[in-house]
Design a protein around this ligand. Structure first.
Ligand SMILES: [Cu+2]
Length: 131
């Protein structure tokens, strides 16, 4: 009787902690993006979010492609301020998760791009040539 009670209790406890972890992760993702969007225009937020497919309303930064390293999935961009990363303009190396993103650009291109922090690295998740 006692043993069974303990088992049930520990199952319940681990289910609870999984739920807590999931909630924490979700809370972590959402407010960062919400906060980044807020100063721009609260009116524009729903439109921007649905245009981007609902995933992440992309905050686009300006840049010029300096170097493309497809083998290592890296791109060097001389970039302007990146609002969502609170980063001033500089020239730096970014990672990409999907090397195909690099097919769309060439060295010297003026681009608009979205970068974000993923697992400690700064990753370009979207890039498009700017007029
Ligand atoms: Cu930078």
């Amino acid at each position: 009787m006692n043993t069974r009670h303990l088992i049930i209790q520990s199952i319940f406890a681990s289910a609870l902690s999984v739920a807590a972890l999931t909630a924490t992760a979700a809370d972590h993702m959402a407010p960062g993006k919400g906060a980044a969007m807020a100063p721009t225009s609260s009116q524009a937020t729903p439109t921007a979010a649905s245009a981007a497919g609902g995933a992440s309303a992309a905050v686009m930064a300006d840049g010029v492609i300096r170097k493309i390293d497809k083998d290592n999935k890296k791109v060097t961009i001389k970039h302007g301020e990146i609002a969502n990363l609170q980063m001033p303009g500089m020239t730096m190396v970014f990672q990409v998760r999907n090397a195909a993103l690099l097919d769309k650009i060439q060295v010297g291109d003026k681009v608009k791009f979205h970068a974000e922090k993923q697992e400690g690295a700064i990753v370009v998740t979207d890039v498009q040539t700017a007029p």
